[in-house]
Structure formats: structure tokens, C-alpha cells
Design a protein around this ligand. Structure first.
Ligand SMILES: Cc1ncc(COP(=O)(O)O)c(C=O)c1O
Length: 459
């Protein structure tokens, strides 16, 4: 140990006291926690994060502290309307009472699993996932994140087809573990780790002809493709919505060339785009579907890959070919069960569709007023992107909104596209107030960059 046990006990005890505190923190406590957070990020997490966060933070260091429904509050009591939704985690809102209740009940009985006995809630969750997913999708493996879901999906596709290669899309994002990273398409994230999985080809997103030519030539040279992995709408690549015939055509191509279609619904799933799953817009049934982010109801981390019986049969004789210690743990599974319940009970996919259409219409009206500043508004349901001419202008808009209590963020690929992915429970009033704030910020940024300064006329 680098310091005495006594010092460690003192600091951890003070921290546990703050965690347990129900009443508001005192000024001294807030200052202590803010200082420690900034100092320990710099010394023990990554100072680069502090630099990066400056881009959206205000004059003071913003430390998050509490959340509920459609907003969160920082340690100084400033409340933000959450238009980011944790990059797509909070579909049922922040700490939905039914999700919190289920997790609390489970926590009081059993937190983690024995790893040996059968777990009732893993089984029931797998059945419910069967019920809500399209077509013949039937079996689920639960892990802890989206990237893990993608890893499992890629392994399963290799196992089922006996092939090793994949097709993914330019601007696609599937996570940063080594397998998922081969499908992810940003050079900055991949290059230091190449060659990762060899033979992962990237086709321009939305171009089914291009995928056809890869599958055809791979077929001819014997470098057969195990799977085509695609996001139904690209999230991190810039909220890119494909043409309506894209997924149906890719489905048909996969069938023709014996490749599996893997739909990465980690960000688009659980009602985000106005249907329970985005592929439902086109009536397409993938062979494997990846889930994550919002699956755990915004309370517990959980991811999953889901497939049909024919594909899954590869795992029947050897179920431990793919496993992970915490995957399918009871706390995460009960959260996901409550999440599915809330999504259906509150008709949140339908709500995302309605509110999304309204929001897109309002933002497009705004765009028409600021055509040089805002180049595009696109999306489906409550997965919306606003595009600006440069990264710097995107940051300026994000910072302006943050200063006024509205949280948004750029995508992982660029700050040119600001994403809007609020909880699907967001109210019309909250969205209206957010649009008013966006209008104010657009006015300001537009005046700075695109309005010519009037030169006073001398008389
Ligand atoms: C479509 C998609 N797939 C996979 C991932 C990776 O998920 P995680 O960050 O939970 O590993 C993400 C994360 O943003 C994603 O958007």
C-alpha cells in the first residue's frame, strides 16, 4: 500500500458518509468533493478527460450528483434537461421508479449469482427478449456492455458459418474491444491496434450495391463472409439514416451469399427510433441482434446478443464456449425486465415516434432560419442529429446549450453532428423549453459566424 491503512480508512469513510447522506451537502462538502474529483481525474483517471470536458463545461467544474425523470442535477444544484440521454441509455428516463424498485427488491434478496445454480430472472428475461424481438429470434446471451454483445455476435457468426471475414460500414461504430473494433470504422480508434481481425471490409453506409460487390468477390475468391454487421441508424458516425430499401436489400444479399445479418441495435433498440427495434421500420429480421445501453432501464449495465435457434444450436453442445462472470446477473436482469415492462406499459416507442416527429419538424423550421449555421436535421424517433459546418461550431452550440442548462453532445466521430437522444419520457414542455434554448443559442452562434458586421455610415 502506498499510504497507511488509516489514511485509506479515513478517506473512504468520509466518502461513504457523503454517499449515505440524504440531506443536501454542505458548501464545505461540495467543495471537497469537487476538488477531489478534479484532482483524482488528473492524477488517477486521465487528465485528458479534463481537457476534453472543458469544451462543454462552464466556468466551474461540473460534477454530476443526482438525476431523476428527464433531467440531472450537478453538485452545485444546477439542473440540466437531458437531451443526450447518456448516449442512449435513459430510454425510460432517469431512475424510473419501477426499475429502481425491481433492482432494490432484488438487491435485498440476492445481488450476484452463484454461477452454479439456475437463475430465474435470466431465464424470464431471455423469454421476454424473445417476445419483443422480431421474427424467429429466440435465444439470448447476456453480457455487460454493447461491445461485448458485438464480440459475442461476431464469434457466433464465425461458429455458425465456419467463415472468418466480416463486412461492416464506413462510419460504423460497434465498440472498442478488439473484435468489435475491427468492425468499428474510425481510423483514429483502430490504427494503433491493427491488424486486429483481418478481413473486415467497410462499405459506404447505405450502399447495398457496394456490399453486394464485396460479397460477390469474396465468394469468388473463397474468402467467404461470416457476417454483415450494421447499425440500423448510425449513431456515433453522425446519426445517419439509411435509405428505406437498404436493410431489406442487405437481408436478401446475406441470404444469397450465406452470410449472417447482424443488426447492432445497441443504440437504436428499446424504442429509441419510434419502434421497439429500428429494423422493425423495414420488417427485417436479422440473424443476430446486439443490444446494450438502454436494455438495463438506465439503472444497470447489461448487453445481449440474440439469435434464432438454427444459429444458436452451435452453442448447445458447448455452452461455455462463450461466457463471462457477471453476464446475466440478477440485478441487471431484473432491471431489464422492469425496463421492458415500462417501455410497453407507457407505450414509449410510440411516444418516441410522435415526439420525434414534432421535434424534427421544429428543428427543421429553425434550420430554415439559420441555413448557414445548421446544415441538416435528420433522424428517426428520438434519435436526431443536427449538423453544423465545422467541429468548432458544433462545440460552440453544445457549450451554449450546456451553459443554459440543456445537455447535448457531439458524436464519437465528430462534433459537427450534435445528437439529440433524450429519455423517451421527455415531456412536450421540456422539449419546447429545449427548442427555445436551441433557438437562442443558434441566434448567438449565427451572429458570431455568419452575420456581417454593419459598418456605421458616416454622415
Ligand atoms: C451501435 C453501438 N454498438 C456498440 C456500442 C458499444 O457499446 P459499449 O460502449 O457499451 O461497449 C455502441 C456504443 O456507443 C454503439 O453505439
Amino acid at each position: 500500500m502506498k499510504v497507511s491503512a488509516q489514511d485509506i480508512l479515513k478517506e473512504s469513510e468520509k466518502t461513504l458518509g457523503l454517499i449515505a447522506k440524504h440531506e443536501a451537502l454542505t458548501e464545505e462538502e461540495r467543495a471537497w468533493l469537487t476538488d477531489k474529483t478534479a484532482a483524482y481525474y488528473a492524477e488517477h483517471v486521465n487528465p485528458g478527460i479534463l481537457e476534453y470536458r472543458k469544451a462543454v463545461s462552464t466556468e466551474y467544474i461540473s460534477v454530476e450528483w443526482a438525476d431523476g425523470a428527464n433531467s440531472f442535477t450537478d453538485i452545485n444544484g444546477k439542473t440540466y434537461i437531458d437531451l443526450l440521454g447518456g448516449y442512449g441509455i435513459f430510454n425510460v428516463g432517469h431512475r424510473h421508479p419501477k426499475v429502481v424498485e425491481a433492482v432494490t427488491h432484488q438487491l435485498k434478496r440476492q445481488a450476484l449469482h452463484s454461477q452454479e445454480l439456475l437463475e430465474p430472472f435470466r431465464a424470464i428475461l431471455a423469454k421476454l427478449v424473445r417476445d419483443i424481438t422480431p421474427g424467429d429470434l429466440q435465444f439470448s446471451f447476456f453480457g455487460n456492455s454493447g461491445a461485448e454483445a458485438v464480440e459475442g455476435a461476431m464469434k457466433l457468426a464465425m461458429l455458425h458459418t465456419g467463415r472468418k471475414s466480416f463486412v461492416a460500414a464506413v462510419s460504423g461504430f460497434h465498440g472498442k474491444t478488439l473484435g468489435a473494433l475491427s468492425a468499428t470504422a474510425k481510423a483514429k480508434f483502430r490504427q494503433p491496434f491493427l491488424p486486429i481481425l483481418p478481413d473486415c471490409y467497410h462499405a459506404p453506409y447505405g450502399d447495398a450495391d457496394y456490399i453486394e460487390s464485396i460479397l460477390k468477390s469474396a465468394d469468388e475468391v473463397g474468402n467467404d463472409i461470416a457476417g454483415v454487421i450494421l447499425e440500423p441508424i448510425q449513431g456515433e458516425g453522425g446519426i445517419n439514416v439509411p435509405p428505406d430499401d437498404y436493410f431489406p436489400r442487405v437481408r436478401e444479399l446475406c441470404d444469397r451469399y450465406g452470410a449472417l445479418l447482424i443488426a447492432d441495435e445497441v443504440q437504436t433498440g428499446m424504442g429509441r427510433t419510434g419502434k421497439m427495434f429500428c429494423v422493425d421500420h423495414w420488417g427485417v429480421v436479422p440473424d443476430i441482434m446486439c443490444l446494450g445501453k438502454a436494455l438495463g432501464g438506465g439503472v444497470m449495465p447489461i448487453g445481449a446478443f440474440v439469435s434464432n435457434k438454427t444459429v444458436w444450436e452451435q452453442l448447445f453442445p458447448e455452452p461455455w464456449l462463450h461466457s463471462t462472470t457477471f453476464g446475466g446477473n440478477p440485478l441487471a436482469c431484473v432491471a431489464a425486465i422492469a425496463n421492458i415492462h415500462v417501455l410497453l406499459e407507457e407505450k414509449l416507442p410510440e411516444r418516441a415516434d410522435k415526439m420525434g416527429n414534432e421535434m424534427i419538424a421544429e428543428l427543421r423550421a429553425l434550420r430554415r432560419r439559420f441555413p448557414k449555421l445548421c446544415l441538416d436535421i435528420r433522424g428517426k424517433g428520438l434519435m436526431i442529429g443536427m449538423e453544423f459546418p465545422t467541429d468548432a461550431i458544433g462545440y460552440e452550440v453544445a457549450k451554449g446549450l450546456f451553459d443554459r442548462g440543456v445537455l447535448v453532445a457531439g458524436t464519437l466521430f465528430s462534433a459537427k453532428t450534435i445528437r439529440i437522444e433524450p429519455p423517451l419520457t421527455i415531456t412536450s414542455q421540456e422539449l419546447g423549453s429545449a427548442v427555445d434554448t436551441i433557438e437562442k443559442v443558434f441566434k448567438e452562434v449565427n451572429a458570431r459566424h455568419f452575420e456581417s458586421k454593419r459598418i456605421p455610415v458616416r454622415k
